[in-house]
Structure formats: C-alpha cells, structure tokens
Design a protein around this ligand. Sequence first.
Ligand code: SF4
Ligand code: SF4
Length: 477
Amino acid sequence: MTTLRAGEMHRFEVAGARFAYLVPSAAVFALDETACAVLDALDGKSLTHEQLRNELGVRFEVDSVDETLRELVRVHALGRSESESKPQKALPVRPFPLQTLVLNVTNQCNLSCGYCYEYGEDRIPGAATEGPRFMSEATARAAVDFMLKESGESRVAHLTFFGGETLLNLPVLKAAIAYARTRAAELGKEVDFSMTTNATLLRSDVIQYLADNDVGVTISIDGPKDVQDGFRVFKGGAGSYDVVLPKIKELLARHKRHLIGARVTLTAASLDVTRIFRHLTEEIGFASVGFAPATTAAKRDYAIEGPGYDRMLAQFGALAREFLEYTLDGREHGFSNVKDTLEEIHKGMSKPYPCGAGLGLLGVSTDGDVALCHRFAGSNAHKLGSVTNGIDRDAQARFLEESHIAEKTDCSRCWARPVCAGGCYHEAWTRYGDARRPNLHYCEWIRGWIHTCLEIYGELAMRRPEFLQRLDERVGA
Ligand code: SF4
Ligand code: SF4
C-alpha cells in the first residue's frame, strides 16, 4: 500500500500564521490547521492515506482531511518516497544567453585596501597581476561584439565596468560605451551600463559623463571615517574617507536617474552594520546599501568567523525588521540585502547554481580572456574562452557539470539550497582552493538569514501583498 511522507521543507511561523518553504519547488506555502496536523502526524514517518484519515478524523472532518491531502500532494509538500525531493542533475540548455558581461578595464588600483582579494594574500595566481595593466580599446570593442553575439535573442544586454579601480581607464570605458550603443542600435538591441568604483577619481566632469550616459554606479565604501580608513587606504597608508566624501555627495546630487548604491565589505574589525547603514543613508545620502563579508582565507585576522557571523546575523535581522516596518508603512528602505533575498525567494526557483557566473554572467580580463566572473578574470584555471575566439564550450560544460548543486552532498540535504546553492565560487576558491566546493563555513549564517527573510516574506504576503506583486515586475524585468 502506498505511504505518504512529508516532503523536504522548512517550516516557519509569523504572527501566529504558519508556513512551509517547500524545498524542491522553492515555494512558500501557507498552512492551515489541518495541513499543520497532517505534517505533524508525518513528522519523521510514513503513513498511508487511510492511517492519516483515521488519525486526524477525530479532530477534523474527513472531507477536509482528504482535500488537504490532495492539495499537499499537488504542491509536493507530501511525497511517496524520499528520493522525490533530491535535486535532479538537469544541466542548463546551451548555448545559454549571456545577460551580463563584466569588463575588468584595468587590474591597477590607486588604493591598497587591506582585505583586497585581487592584490592581497588571497589572490588567485595569475589573476589581476599578470597581463596588460589596462584593457585596450580594441579588446573592449571585441568584448562588446562578443557580448552582443552571446546575448542571443535577448533584447537587452548588461555591460558592467570593473577593476582594479575602474576609473583609471576612463578612456576605454567611454569608448566601449560609445561602441556598444552604436552596435546595439544596428542590431536592434539595447545595452545598459553600470560600473563599480572606489570614488577617489570621481571628478565633476566624470560625474557629468556618468549622469549624461545613464551609467549605474556602485560605490565601494565601508562606512564612517574610522571604519573606511581602517582598510580602504592609499598606497602610502593615508585613509580615503576625506577624499571620497565630497565626490560621493556630488555624484548623489547630480546623478539622479539611477539609484547609486553603496557596497560595504565587512570584516571582523568592522561589524557594526547598523551604524554603517545609518551613516551611509542618513549622513551621506545613499538610497541603497548592500553588505558582504570580506572574502578571505580563515586564517586572516580580519576574517569573520563563528561569533562574528552571529553578530552579523543579529544586525542584519534588526535592519531587515526595520525594512519590514518601512515597507508596511509604504516607505522605501535601502537595505539591499533583504530586497535581493526576498526577490530570490519570490522567484520560486530552486537554483542549481549559486549565481550566474559561467552561465549568464562572464568576466573579461584586460587581455580579453573570458572567465567565470570578474573575480576570476585573468585566472587560467577559470578561463572559459576569449572575446575573440568565443566561449570554450567544453570548459564551460565541465564547470557546470562539476559545480551543479547535485554534486554538493551537504547542500543536497539542506533546506536553504534553493537560495544559497552552495554560495559564491570565489569565496569557495579562497577558503578551500576549489571554486566547486560548497561554502560550508557559513551555513549557519546563511540559513539564519534566509529564515529571517522567509519570515519577512510571510508577513508581507499577509499584510502587504502588493509589495510582492511589485517584485513580480522586477523579477520579470
Ligand atoms: S553551502 Fe551550506 S547553507 Fe548553502 S546550500 Fe550548501 S549546505 Fe546549505
Ligand atoms: S562567483 Fe561570487 S563574485 Fe562571482 S558572480 Fe558569483 S557570487 Fe559574484
């Protein structure tokens, strides 16, 4: 006789309402009393339909139990065997359209940040430090042609400029933008542009150019003066805060069409997330702030470890709840980590890969080699072709095969995998010397964070569903 068992899920409760995050389908499912009773009855065991009816029939109408069972089976909250919920190894259909190309227009930088993954002790051999210091205009044009070709049928492609310090090669950035506009128009496509900078070289004319050309800007900045000057220093050791502050304020005042975002690197020495957030939003004026822990080997003294992750999680949780209060009031809140995770949850997709690297996103080194993403640009071990010769399909297929979630044993048993999928390849390379390994050092933190975001998602679903409908537009964009 067929028995039923609970599928793989993570249950959570918000203000008395109960939900299940269904792992194989990545769906958030509201549970009524009967559904909770069914799942409780199946906790750790298998029962037949008849046994469930008998057990629950004393508390609920039999018709209601039957209907609940049908519904739970329909959404795969109940299954017939354990293997139904294991990730299946379905590789993406190729060729997969390229959505974002990141050009490392230079591997040089005028700052010497203590935690830098490009130049610090954790750099990838060969990446950044070898090859030409600046990308040539010819390579940038070839990269644009490569991007437009590999974007396939997509009407819009995204071109992002990165470094080193991106603005050290402003002439090539400008030339690439002009060329991309012309070529895209000829092909009936559009390109949108963005860049990351440390803000030290944002002169008035540069700001005007970025505003006139609708280039989205992300500023790498760590917070108030004492925090920024702790790691983000010039080569002689002087802090950069006083240099960048007036430039950022001018950028924020004059570049209005794009949301200018701040991107903060957290270290064991600077984990005061709330203070940093307040400074960047209320005192400087950023509308959006995102945080990421420094990518580093565990042995560095600035590496965030166990208690540091707990502290970070507590502060992220407090800011996320503030985000919720703002959203319920119909006000904007700039904590981008929570928005990004809510968007991931809302997509309802169990990801086979943590990010688009090597698939819809590629990085280009100064000499035109194509790599998994900008952080691997220039690394021979992570090369996936070149802008002139195209994507090395064998190398790409090998990587996608080996880094699939189904190959990550610990992840294939983890409820957080639809969003995490093993985490950043570059973080894994830095920690374990292998981009294909899951980032098991931060599982507790990542599960805690996704749990927090699920609670917020559940509360928004109940109290402000129109916010989630707006996410539909962003996800579908
Ligand atoms: S890295 Fe950890 S948290 Fe992420 S999916 Fe794998 S086991 Fe889960
Ligand atoms: S591998 Fe890491 S750094 Fe590269 S795109 Fe993915 S998440 Fe970002």
